[in-house]
Design a protein around this ligand. Structure first.
Ligand code: KG4
Ligand code: ZN
Length: 342
């Protein structure tokens, strides 16, 4: 048995740490320090600002995670840290802290793929999907469909976005509407009182026979529709958000369900920040019931970046005996299909 695993995540603008119990399922603590306020005035994540704040926060976030879990470094079984993909400066802050702690406490270390972490979030819920299943990973930087043959891989890529990521489309459209950063959550909130049929967005599909996505058409349509409509009042903005959101959601689910039915044993996991979107969750469940596809949704807090998911992905690999050396490197681009420890 591997013992308690400390997870560390700092691939973008969140510094997070969590302690997972030896059963690999009980989250003893999960601390997330978000930098949203720091980046809001720039309208997006500024990498240099992100890493400078990470350097200041990492010690505090790590000690808080250990304190809440009533665990000393000596009581840890291992340390799992996101080593890619992500922003290089941000990644380095978590990875170097993890190395220091691993060396000082004499504990094994493992580099974890951030996307594998997002999928692993589904294993922290009461009902855990059995492999094989299809995972739809939708975040600020990634949009892909993956066939998960077993927990811990292999992972077969089935399709991905040809242009923007789904989260990026949300954030850019929110910017057009002057909703501030990060926009995904604001669009989700405003859509609650909007009419999804008021504005006609295209459901962009790059070809029928593949499992790829495209969001640039939606983004262009958003700019055009806004130009044509002139200034929008509050209800107009809510309708605009609801219509845009509905187009993104239908776009994603169309391919995700096709993949689950044809490749994934009728099991579908939603993962990543955009999987926190309430319409995406509701429509996936509705469609799952209708099309007899078993849909698995991690809790909303486990969809956005956190370290419990990294600890869980690490726990699976550590239990199989995988380890990283203390010269572990960061991999800003690290595809899920190439899963040797970074
Ligand atoms: O997974 P994540 O926290 O970080 C990355 O790995 O990128 O995803 C962040 C993305 C952002 O684009 C954010 O706007 C989007 O997820 N997001 C949402 C919602 N919550 C976060 N998009 C739509 N609806 C939401 N409720
Ligand atoms: Zn993420």
């Amino acid at each position: 048995m591997i013992g308690r695993v400390l997870g560390i995540e700092s691939s973008c603008d969140e510094m997070a740490a969590a302690v997972l119990a030896d059963d690999g399922r009980t989250v003893l603590s999960s601390i997330v320090h978000s930098q949203v306020d720091l980046h809001a005035r720039y309208g997006g994540v500024v990498p240099e600002v992100a890493s400078r704040d990470h350097v200041e926060r990492v010690g505090l976030v790590l000690s808080e995670a250990l304190r809440v879990a009533a665990t000393t470094p000596a009581e840890l079984g291992a340390i799992a840290v996101t080593s890619g993909p992500g922003l290089i400066g941000s990644l380095l802050c978590g990875v170097e802290a993890a190395k220091g702690l691993a060396l000082a406490a004499g504990k094994p270390l493992l580099g974890v793929n951030h996307l594998e972490g997002h999928i692993a979030a589904a294993a922290l819920e009461a009902r855990v999907p059995e492999a094989p299943f299809v995972a739809l990973i939708v975040s600020g930087g990634h949009t892909s469909l993956v066939l998960v043959e077993a927990w811990g891989g292999p992972y077969r890529p089935l399709g991905s976005t040809r242009d923007d990521a789904a989260g990026e489309a949300f954030d850019k459209t929110a910017k057009l509407l002057g909703l501030g950063y990060p926009g995904g959550v604001r669009i989700d909130e405003l859509s609650a009182t909007g009419d999804p049929k008021r504005f006609a967005f295209p459901i962009a599909m790059p070809g029928k026979d593949n499992l790829d996505f495209s969001f640039s058409g939606l983004k262009t349509a958003a700019a055009r529709l806004l130009r044509e409509s002139g200034p929008l009042d509050e209800q107009g903005r809510a309708d605009f958000c609801a219509s845009f959101q509905s187009a993104v959601v239908e776009n994603l689910l169309k391919k995700a369900f096709r993949a689950a039915i044809t490749r994934g044993a009728r099991r579908l996991v939603l993962a990543g920040g955009v999987a926190a979107n309430r319409r995406l969750r509701a429509r996936a469940e509705e469609r799952g019931r209708r099309e007899r596809v078993d849909v698995f949704l991690p809790s909303r807090a486990n969809c956005t970046d956190n370290a419990a998911m990294i600890a869980r992905a690490g726990w699976v690999r550590l239990s199989r005996g995988e380890r990283s050396e203390l010269d572990l490197e960061c991999h800003p681009s690290w595809p899920l299909s190439r899963l040797e420890p970074g």
